[in-house]
Design a protein around this ligand. Structure first.
Ligand SMILES: [Zn+2]
Length: 101
């Protein structure tokens, strides 16, 4: 009977080491991804996605939207269009319908 190159015990510990290395690599990748997201958020927070200049909160009725100081673009967060729609009706309601068809 041919001799096994590795004992069952050696194989077991080798597989344990592979699994431990794989898990450490996954944790390291998750940490890097989290750091990248935090860095991107810090870099772009309250900056215009079109021209990169600072945004400032501007009231439209009772809703405070983000408006660019440079290009005057207006950026809405989740729920703000619906809030303006409820308040304004008319044109905004029709615009909202177009996006939800
Ligand atoms: Zn802008």
């Amino acid at each position: 009977m041919p001799k096994q190159p590795f004992s069952n015990e050696q194989t077991y510990f080798a597989l344990q080491e592979v699994e431990r290395t794989h898990l450490a690599s996954q944790e390291n990748q998750s940490l890097k991804l989290e750091e990248e997201r935090a860095r991107e958020k810090a870099l772009h927070f309250m900056k215009c996605p079109k021209c990169g200049q600072p945004l400032e909160e501007t009231p439209i009725g009772a809703v405070r939207v983000d408006q660019c100081r440079a290009c005057a673009g207006i950026w809405l967060e989740k729920g703000e269009l619906e809030a303006i729609q409820k308040e304004e009706g008319g044109f905004v309601a029709k615009l909202f319908d177009v996006f939800h068809k």
